[in-house]
Design a protein around this ligand. Structure first.
Ligand SMILES: Cc1ncc(COP(=O)(O)O)c(C=O)c1O
Length: 452
């Protein structure tokens, strides 16, 4: 009854998998927020260094991982693949449940898989400081870690509700040398305009992105970094799925029946699923399922259209599933899933029917997280609990149908810095927010009008 499937450091992938050449159709262009016309690569240079812009639009299927990045990956990669024997027994399911555990990274989630290469490419390009945002604090702490390793400065705009809920995430970022600012702040025009309209605004990822983007474009030595959504970010995460494929072979399994991950901006989903979606595009049978909160259901209730990636319309416009750029999701504890949009690549795959999406409520997710912690031991991040919920539901369907299905999910992070959320759950203080349909309708009335 082997439980952990471990690869040696020599099996850290040598390349990232870029799904762009395998996509079912051409990509929609990225639109310049000022001209409302397709952006050229050089339009993005105030935000990103050219080496990362080139990756964003690359049509090469495999991109070599630079050795200094692989050297840092060695601190925690390859991450283990676990067979959830004890959870399977508790559920009485014939399904084989596997999870890839990304909580073993120093910051406690999958986010350093892209923070490290983003810091590396910025260092190569001569950037002195990175400005970024963070929702749950996982991305900000990952970027603080990565900038520290490459000797860059780091400013993190942290969504105010998380700043209050997760003071120790702030401490982690400070420990790694970052300057952490609660957002909306009075340090940027974007933050000041939000505060003028609502002094008590608890912030959102969209607002924090606006502040970080403004900081980057108004400082010559500073670039912006995004922890999800973009093509190159999704690509950096594909080390997860590539390793999982090899580990499933070690476990004596073929392709899984279903690959599951939670979905905020799409990066951990893309990371575990894209190497399997490639097989699906090539004609193999494998499902890919993205799981999002029912209070912020961009993939299941959003519209597939052009929208701004940030609230105050400073950043590029992309074609994606969106709830409207100024929709502010309820303050659920899975802060990293409170994003109005989605990765354009994941969106296109959902639209093409190659990826499924499902929305789940926060109480059902906490229930699944507690069951998981009680059997497998690991306390999951509230974001990751969305994947656990769906994995348990799939395992119960397999039980009803008496099918020995193989279920693979990504445990994107641990919840050690999220204990306030668990406290609130046990105190009965958490609620399942009704789908804020009216607010979404209102936000969708303010989509940009793009004529291509
Ligand atoms: C642990 C964890 N999982 C998942 C996510 C969601 O992001 P993404 O959809 O980019 O993977 C976050 C975001 O902060 C996170 O912290």
């Amino acid at each position: 009854m082997q439980t952990k499937f471990i690869l040696g450091e020599d099996r850290i992938p040598t390349h990232w998998y870029n799904i762009i050449p395998d996509m079912p159709g051409p990509l929609a262009p990225v639109i310049h927020p000022g001209t409302l016309k397709p952006a050229k690569p050089e339009d993005l240079t105030p935000l990103f260094p050219m080496n990362l812009i080139e990756q964003e639009v690359s049509s090469e299927r495999w991109i070599a991982i630079p050795e200094p990045v692989r050297e840092i990956y060695r601190l925690w990669r390859p991450s283990p693949l676990h067979r959830a024997h004890r959870l399977e027994q508790a559920l009485g399911t014939p399904a084989h449940i596997y999870y890839k555990y990304e909580g073993v990274s120093p910051a406690g989630s999958h986010k350093p898989n892209t923070a490290v290469p983003q810091a590396y490419y910025n260092k190569l390009a001569g950037t002195k400081r990175i400005a970024t945002e963070t929702g749950a604090g996982q991305w900000g702490s990952s970027m603080a870690l990565a900038t520290r390793m490459f000797g860059l400065e780091c400013t993190v705009y942290m969504v105010k509700v998380s700043f209050t809920q997760k003071p120790y995430r702030k401490s982690m970022m400070q420990l790694w040398g970052a300057n952490v600012i609660p957002s909306p702040s009075d340090q940027t025009n974007a933050g000041r305009s939000i505060l003028a309209a609502d002094r008590d605004s608890q912030g959102s990822l969209g607002i924090a992105i606006s502040e970080a983007v403004e900081d980057a474009v108004t400082h010559k030595d500073t670039h912006y970094a995004l922890g999800s959504v973009l093509n190159h970010v999704c690509m950096h995460q594909t080390v997860i799925g590539q390793e999982a494929k090899e580990q499933l072979k070690l476990a004596g399994e073929g392709l899984p029946d279903v690959v599951i991950a939670c979905h905020g901006g799409g990066s951990n989903f893309a990371g575990i699923a894209f190497p399997f979606v490639a097989e699906k595009i090539a004609g193999k049978k494998v499902r890919a399922l993205a799981v999002e909160p029912s209070s912020c259901p961009s993939l299941t209730k959003g519209v597939y259209t052009f929208d701004y990636g940030d609230t105050t319309k400073l950043g590029p416009i992309a074609k994606m599933y969106t709830l409207g750029h100024d929709f502010i999701p309820p303050g659920i504890h899975a802060g990293g899933l409170r994003y109005h949009g989605a990765s354009p690549l994941v969106s296109q795959l959902v639209d093409a029917g190659l990826v499924e999406a499902r929305a789940v409520g926060q109480l059902a997710c906490f229930e699944a997280a507690v069951q998981f912690a009680g059997t497998e031991g690991i306390i999951p991040a509230p974001e990751s609990s969305h994947a656990i919920r769906a994995a348990i539901d799939e395992a119960m369907t397999a039980k009803e149908e008496q099918k020995e299905r193989v279920i693979l999910f990504n445990l994107s992070g641990h919840g050690h810095v999220d204990m306030a959320a668990y406290d609130a759950y046990f105190a009965g203080e958490l609620e399942d927010y009704a789908y804020p349909g009216e607010k979404v309708k209102e936000a969708l009335s303010r989509l940009p009008k793009i004529a291509l």
